[in-house]
Structure formats: C-alpha cells, structure tokens
Design a binder for this molecule. Structure first.
Ligand code: BGC
Length: 395
C-alpha cells in the first residue's frame, strides 16, 4: 500500500473566488478550442492527441458544459457525434447484423474511439476498439435532456444506431479507458455502457423494441458485474481480478451506475482512497507506467464527485483544491503531474517518444468544472438522478 495523508479541512483553503475564476477560464478554453464541427479536441498541443476528438473525453466535456449552462456548446458536440455515427450507418448496421447472426466482426472492424475533428478517421495507428465512449455519449445526452428539458429529436437516428451497436457488443473484451488490456472485459466500460443504455431508455425516446433491448442489456450487465466484477466487496478493474482502477469512480458519480451509499459503493471509494490516492492526487491503477504513472487531476475530480455523492463534502473540497493546485501559471490543467510517480524509470522514455505529457487536457478542465458545479460553487442546474431500481448490493 502507498502512503497518503489527508488533511481534515472542511473548506477550500483558497476560497471560492479562485475556484470560480478557474472554472471561468476552463469554460473559456473549452469554448475557444471547440472546432467549427462541434468536436472538442482532447489536447490542442500534445503531439499524440492533437487534431483528434474522443467520444469518452468529449462526452464528459459536454456534460460539464451542460452543467455549466453552456447548452449550445454541449449540443454542438452531440451534433458532431451524431454526424460521425450517421455517416457510418452502413458499417454499424453491418456490425449489428453480423453480431446478431453469431459472426461478430473482428476488433479492427468495430468503431474507433477517436476521430479527427472533421469526423474522418485519420491515418495514425491507435488502440482503437473501445466501447465505453459510446455509452458515455448516450448517458451525457440523457443527462442533458433531464437537466435542460431539451428535445433529443435531432439525434434520433444516431441514438438508435448506438443502442443497436452496444446491445449486441457489450460482452466483448476491448481496450479500457486507458487504451490498454484489450484481452479483458473492463468493469468501468460495462458501467458506462449500462449507464448510457439505461439513461436513454428512461427518456422514452426509443421505440419499444430498442427500449427492451437496452433494458435487457442493462440488466445482464448488472448481473455480470455483480458476479464477476466485485471482489473484496469492491468493484474491480476487469472481470476476475482483485485490482481496482480509478475509472470505476465514474460509475458512482456522475454516472450513477452504483449507489454511493451501498456497501460496494463505499468499499470501492475506500479502496481507491487507500490504494491509489497520495496527498489528494489520484493514480490510474497501481501498475501504471505511462509517463511514470503520475497523478491525474481529472481523477481527483472524479473521486471528489464520488465523495460528494456519498455525503463527504469536505473531502470533495480537498480534492477540488488539489486539482486546482495542479494548474500551470497560465491556468492550463494537465493530464497528469509528476509529484508522485509509481515508476519513475518510465517517465523519460515517454518524453523521448511524444514530448512532455499533455497540457492543457480539456477533459481535466471539464472535470474541474463538473466537480465545482456538483459542490454548488458554480452554476449547477439541478439534475434529478434517475437511478434505475437497484438490488440490495446497490447494483
Ligand atoms: C488516455 C485516454 C484519453 C486520451 C485522450 C489517453 O492517454 O488514456 O483515456 O481518452 O488520452 O485524452
């Protein structure tokens, strides 16, 4: 276990004004960087990400912008996702037909995780087959609709394609949030898919057949997670391991897949606090070596969201404050910081390969906005949580 220390303070040391200022600067940065197509670039300057938009990053960014009242920006991103999907309708229908016929296409023929800002695929090799982002975009749409009462009609075709794609693919192993370990079925990926399918099914937007397919897949995912994705009373990184991963926090909040007050919710937060958190900075997972395995401000914000939803406001404020402390002099929030590395020997090889790690990372800015909103420090149009009925395990 790695050592950690937590102060017992109950308010931000810096006060709300600097937090509000960083939220304003973050919102401005995201608006400035949003492409005319609606895509949010993951990081405008980092060599390996520049020019690309991810469904995962972008959907959390859109959710943060929606929570901040930036309705048009969020919807422009949803338009971009919709165009990406509908322009590939034939490919998606083919995947669905073949999968239903028992001949699932190989991973290279599945949908990529990222696209160029104009919606095309680009020529760079990537760890592309990841399913979570498609669930997260459905979830973000449902949250936006609930929050602002906006119609989902203009995305109907893209929603239907996504529901069909996920309903027939969710059981497949694929790369995780960190674009690694393609041989496993990842619990956070399953949770993102279930949150998306159940969220959109609750919006009464789907035809009867699709709604039933979405709800059937959601129940099967919950059963699978309960059976194979819980060990030592907490959620696990993938099915069948005991390890945890900080991406699991998103399933507690903001995605509401797991009840924060359930025993499994509480133990999952505790395991990530104990195993992955050092002085308020959160690591991805214990054996991480990417850029030496540093601490990710966006993950401290996810931990803050989970703690806030479990009623631990003072802990959430500490985490928000730590995330703010990682801002560079110009206000940019990085992907990760090097204050505490899990494997320092791996830092330089990554710098040699791709240059210094990503900064600014728009997803870091978005999670800061989202946590500040959840804490009521900045604008937070109320989102009634629409949790499906869960069992006594909180799943
Ligand atoms: C992370 C992904 C992220 C991508 C773009 C990668 O290093 O592992 O989760 O989507 O960067 O930000």
């Amino acid at each position: 276990m790695i050592e950690k220390s937590m102060s017992g303070s109950t308010a931000t040391q810096t006060g709300d004004a600097p937090v509000r200022e960083l939220v304003r600067a973050s919102t401005r940065l995201i608006l400035e960087q949003q492409a005319p197509s609606g895509a949010y670039p993951a990081s405008p300057s980092f060599s390996a990400y520049a020019g690309y938009s991810w469904f995962r990053d972008g959907s959390y960014i859109a959710d943060a912008m929606s929570a901040a009242g930036e309705i048009e920006s969020a919807e422009r991103f949803f338009d971009w996702c919709s165009a990406v999907l509908t322009s590939r309708a034939d490919q998606i229908r083919h995947i669905v037909e073949e999968s239903r016929a028992g001949r699932p296409p190989s991973d290279e023929h599945m949908m990529p995780t990222r696209f160029l800002l104009d919606g095309s695929e680009g020529n760079d090799d990537w760890w592309d087959f990841q399913l979570d982002g498609y669930g997260t975009w459905l979830w973000a749409l449902a949250e936006h609709h609930t929050r602002h009462g906006r119609s989902l009609d203009r995305w109907t075709d893209a929603i239907a394609l996504t529901v069909d794609y996920l309903s027939c693919s969710w059981e497949r192993p694929c790369y995780d949030w960190w674009e690694e370990f393609a041989e496993h079925v990842h619990v956070s990926t399953l949770g993102c898919i279930a949150a998306g399918l159940s969220g959109i099914a609750a919006m009464e937007h789907l035809d009867r057949e699709r709604k039933s397919a979405a709800l059937t897949a959601t129940s099967s995912i919950r059963r699978r997670v309960e059976t194979d994705g819980v060990r030592a009373r907490h959620l696990t990184k993938w099915l069948g391991t005991e390890a945890v991963d900080a991406s699991l926090l998103a399933l507690i909040a903001p995605m509401n897949f797991l009840d924060p007050l359930s025993p499994i919710g509480g133990e999952t937060i505790a395991a990530i606090e104990d195993q992955l958190t050092v002085n308020n900075g959160v690591h991805r997972y214990l054996t991480d070596t990417y850029y030496g395995g540093g601490q990710w401000p966006l993950l401290s914000c996810f931990l803050g969201l989970a703690q806030e939803s479990a009623g631990n406001r003072s802990r959430a404020l500490e985490l928000l404050e730590w995330a703010a402390s990682t801002a560079e002099d110009n206000g940019d929030l990085p992907e990760q910081v090097e204050e505490h590395l899990l494997d320092a020997a791996h830092l330089q090889p990554w710098i040699d390969r791709w240059g210094p790690s990503a900064s600014p990372l728009l997803w870091s800015h978005a999670m800061f906005i989202r946590l500040a909103a959840a804490l009521g420090i900045t604008k937070h149009p109320h989102t009634p949580h629409s949790r499906p009925q869960t069992n006594d395990k909180g799943l």
